[in-house]
Design a protein around this ligand. Structure first.
Ligand code: RNT
Ligand code: ZN
Length: 412
């Protein structure tokens, strides 16, 4: 089908495909660096990720150095329409020095900023509270030992400073997202004490004010993790309250809730109390497994809420998945494009018509319309978008992904 006839098919429903395409161009996705190397990082002092985060698989081609990771990202970005961001974790330093987490400085990450400037992309950041001897108990900011808490508080403070510098250098606010693995494997007797310690540590970490034009704090909740089945200190209720009280962003990760709960329903609810939201778009399978996101009902429902509730301008869309059984660059490309496809579909919905029918409580027509509408030629609009953005689709995309994957297979 030609773009012109697809455009006409949408116009029959009073949907303007040009407006949808223009809007989609302006939505950046924060691509997470950690899909490129299975959450390993470039620290010289520690190894596996830990903290319940686990990438499984041994597909060849894992990026082993910052240069390899940047090369992989450049390729991935060239296959993703539009201009996006990079989400770095503190273990992705690029330096010959071996600073411990409480010693990291901007200079250890400066090469990333030079590269981001060259690429014309913004950076986001994350303190890394896992994969370290001082996180072996799965307790960091809520550890009963004040020395351990102080170590992690210092780490967090430093990441905020680095994030602010990222934002200043790149002229775009850097979101610094705090996720800690803290929790208990078996039933604790004093949840309150642990939560008070986490709260006090966060307060100490966030005590230094930073310009919101340079950096913004986000806090990420979780239901449970492997090894912390009985109690997660930073639960949803904990962080929802904290974010509202302290004016931080709330990060909603799609893998961090009970499987029958969905982020799509939470967005409009939390947005009433929070000015800005961060998403970790992910695909949980049976647990927080971080599979590559598909264009499935969950993603579509979430994108629809972002558009329907007019939340696109105050939501930062970050990705959080890592699969080591497939090409890591293909994983980035497929996942990011799926997020964009979901947004495009949402932007192409006949919202006015649907809203007026819902207001009349005409649920039959609402269902008929949404289901008939599914047959419209969304794929043709997506193809047109990719063509305008100079990005391949279909067979051309597949062969480019395969060629790149073959070119990095010898990395060992
Ligand atoms: C862990 C959280 C967290 C991490 C990243 C690497 O369950 O989702 O966001 O995946 O920080
Ligand atoms: Zn996450």
């Amino acid at each position: 089908m030609s773009y012109e006839s697809a455009k006409a098919a949408f116009a029959d429903w009073d949907v303007d495909t040009e407006a949808a395409i223009s809007r989609l161009k302006t939505v950046p996705i924060s691509v997470h660096c950690w899909q490129g190397d299975d959450v390993t990082g470039f620290e010289r002092r520690s190894g596996t990720s830990g903290g319940g985060i686990q990438a499984t698989g041994n597909h060849p081609g894992r990026a082993r150095t910052p240069d390899e990771l940047r090369a992989d990202l450049e390729f991935a970005y060239s296959m993703i329409p539009g201009r996006h961001r990079l989400n770095l974790h503190a273990i992705y330093m690029d330096t010959d020095e071996s600073p411990d987490r409480d010693q990291i400085e901007y200079k250890h990450f400066a090469p990333w900023v030079d590269w981001a400037k060259e690429q014309g992309i913004g950076l986001d950041f994350n303190p890394t509270f896992f994969g370290h001897a001082k996180a072996d108990d799965n307790l960091t900011l809520s550890h009963p030992d004040a020395g351990i808490r102080d170590f992690w508080i210092e780490h967090g403070k430093r990441t905020r400073e680095i994030a602010a510098r990222f934002g200043a250098e790149l002229g775009s606010p850097c979101i610094n997202n705090i996720w800690v693995p803290d929790g208990y494997k078996d039933i604790p007797v004093d949840r309150m004490a642990a939560r008070k310690r986490l709260e006090a540590s966060l307060d100490a970490m966030l005590s230094v004010p930073h310009d919101a034009g340079q950096m913004r704090d986000a806090v990420e909740s979780k239901l449970f993790g492997i090894g912390v089945e009985a109690c997660t200190i930073g639960s949803h209720e904990f962080y929802l309250g904290y974010a509202i009280r302290e004016s931080t962003l709330l990060c909603l990760d799609m893998g961090h809730f009970h499987p029958t709960e969905s982020i799509s329903d939470k967005l409009s609810a939390v947005a009433l109390s929070l000015p800005q939201i961060l998403l970790h778009v992910s695909r949980p399978m049976r647990w927080d497994s971080d599979h590559v996101i598909l264009l499935n009902d969950d993603i579509l429902a979430m994108a629809r809420e972002l558009v329907s509730a007019d939340l696109l301008d105050r939501t930062s869309i970050g990705l959080d998945f890592f699969d080591a059984t497939i090409s890591r660059t293909a994983a980035w490309v497929i996942g990011t494009r799926n997020m964009q496809k979901a947004l495009l579909r949402a932007l192409l919905m006949p919202w006015d018509r649907l809203r007026s029918i819902e207001e009349k409580l005409d649920f039959t027509t609402r269902l008929t319309l949404t289901e008939e509408f599914n047959d419209l030629p969304f794929g043709t609009i997506w193809e047109e978008f990719c063509k305008r953005m100079d990005t391949p689709t279909g067979l051309a995309l597949i062969s480019a992904l395969t060629r790149y994957d073959e070119s990095v297979a010898a990395r060992g």
